[in-house]
Design a binder for this molecule. Structure first.
Ligand SMILES: *Cc1c(COP(=O)(O)O)cnc(C)c1O
Length: 455
């Protein structure tokens, strides 16, 4: 039986995988979420012990998607998406770090983005889509480079990424602007919010319908499903009877995937959700009152991919706990707070503490963390101390330390290097510059439609 998807706003309609993935968000502006999840039998989980990451990925996605995408294709996608290492480092007292920082863009976003690109490409061609589709997105960092890299060179796909001219660090910009091929990068003379507004207008613009615009943002359920895989992988490789995870969170896609893995039968003990100074979630869990923060008022932290004042996947977490949240963050039906508190331990980590943890983890364990991973590690340490827990805890390192040389400099630590980044530094950039003007951007898109023959 195929999994069905429902909007987090719980309107009547159910969608199948292709509509949920190609559509991005639900017609009522909620997020597509699986109505129920398949259970993976303990015997199957045990069999993962001797399997590679792509083999485990195949097992998990087969359980989730076997009617929507043929087996042989799922197998191929798993192999093509995960052609890099997923190291797990162990430390005293049952503490572990799983490094999700070895993909092509050195961020954990590769784990969801790469299979999603293949799913979309498959679904488009299976539906007779000779006209292809265009991935449109705005970025201030990791998401844009992971999306552009995942869709790079896929036939029939166009990628257009907007970024604020002065709002992206050079290394991250280069991860987008040096790809070329089917990827067009546009520097906008404006802020990230301006870029985001232009993208939203384009999605709503009937004149651009022929472009088949799709989004690769964290609301797309196609990114979420494959993020359940690494939780199974960690459990299979480390063993034990149950396991806790410390997850550095911004838009809470990663945390939502952990909740899904638990619903699929993974023996998850505690989910430790660690955030930076943007602490609306810990405050919510404590007080029961959710107060989202507008994006103009979010705090700037060294773990900048988590500078989020209203995590968009919180609507999915509320859904899984029986609640209903609208797109503005209002709780129409309160989720089961007692159950959430039972499953989730959450903390906010200050900017100062984040730097100290990077130093302490390195001095004490020889463990190299960047700011996002440090936030997770602090969650692990605090929870371990508070509970004297015996079962393993795995902290997720979501970006490669080599992406944060300024942070290491500031802390008087030696900045690590990575050859992917060294190589990118030598490549030639290619991008367009445009003013903050929707009319001009739209003309550009229509020009692209004429060139590719859809207009
Ligand atoms: C996106 C991102 C996060 C936050 O992940 P969510 O799923 O949005 O909570 C954490 N760390 C890094 C490095 C990221 O790029």
């Amino acid at each position: 039986m195929a999994l069905l998807y429902q909007s987090t706003k719980r309107s009547e309609g159910r969608a199948r995988f292709d509509a949920a993935v190609m559509g991005g968000t639900a017609p009522d502006k909620g997020l597509f979420t699986p109505v129920s999840l398949p259970r993976i039998h303990p015997r199957e989980i045990a069999a993962m012990r001797d399997e590679t990451y792509p083999e485990i990925a195949y097992r998990v996605t087969r359980a989730l998607l076997n009617v929507d995408i043929p087996d042989s294709k799922l197998h191929q996608i798993a192999q093509a998406s995960y052609n890099f290492a997923v190291p797990i480092q162990g430390f005293e007292g049952g503490k572990y770090v799983m490094r999700l920082d070895q993909g092509p863009t050195l961020s954990f976003k590769d784990f969801g983005m790469r299979p999603m690109a293949h799913y979309m490409n498959y679904l488009n061609s299976a539906n007779g889509g000779e006209k292809g589709f265009t991935i449109l997105g705005a970025t201030s960092g990791d998401t844009g480079s992971a999306a552009a890299t995942a869709f790079h060179d896929l036939p029939g796909v166009n990628v257009v990424i907007l970024f604020p001219e002065d709002g992206v660090v050079p290394l991250q910009r280069k991860q987008i602007t040096t790809l070329r091929g089917n990827v067009t990068a546009i520097a906008i003379d404006g802020t990230f919010d301006d870029c985001q507004d232009m993208v939203k207008k384009a999605f709503a613009d009937p004149d651009l319908k022929a472009l088949n615009l799709s989004s690769a943002n964290s609301m797309n359920v196609g990114r979420l499903l494959p993020q359940t895989i690494y939780y199974f992988y960690a459990f299979a490789k480390i063993g034990g009877s149950k396991m806790s995870f410390a997850i550095p969170s911004g838009n809470f896609g990663n945390a939502t995937a952990a909740i899904m893995a638990k619903k699929m039968g993974l023996p998850v003990d505690k989910l430790i959700i660690a955030v930076n100074e943007n602490d609306e979630f810990p405050l919510f869990l404590e007080s029961g009152v959710y107060s989202p923060v507008p994006s103009s008022a979010t705090k700037h932290c060294p773990s900048n991919a988590m500078d989020v004042g209203h995590p968009n996947n919180l609507a999915r977490i509320a859904y899984f706990y029986g609640g209903t949240m609208d797109e503005k963050g209002r709780m129409e039906v309160m989720p089961d707070l007692a159950a959430m508190r039972q499953d989730i331990y959450t903390i906010s980590v200050s900017n100062r503490r984040t730097g100290e943890v990077m130093q302490e983890a390195h001095a004490k364990y020889g463990l190299l963390l960047e700011p996002h991973g440090a936030v997770a590690w602090e969650g692990l340490e605090r929870y371990a101390k508070a509970t004297r827990i015996q079962s393993p805890i795995v902290a997720l390192e979501t970006a490669n330390p080599a992406k944060f040389p300024e942070e290491f400099d500031r802390l008087h630590m030696r900045a690590p290097q990575h050859e992917t980044l060294t190589k990118i530094g030598e490549l030639h950039e290619g991008f367009l510059r445009q003013p903050n003007d929707y009319g001009i951007f739209k003309e550009f898109l229509r020009g692209q439609m004429r060139r590719t023959g859809v207009l």
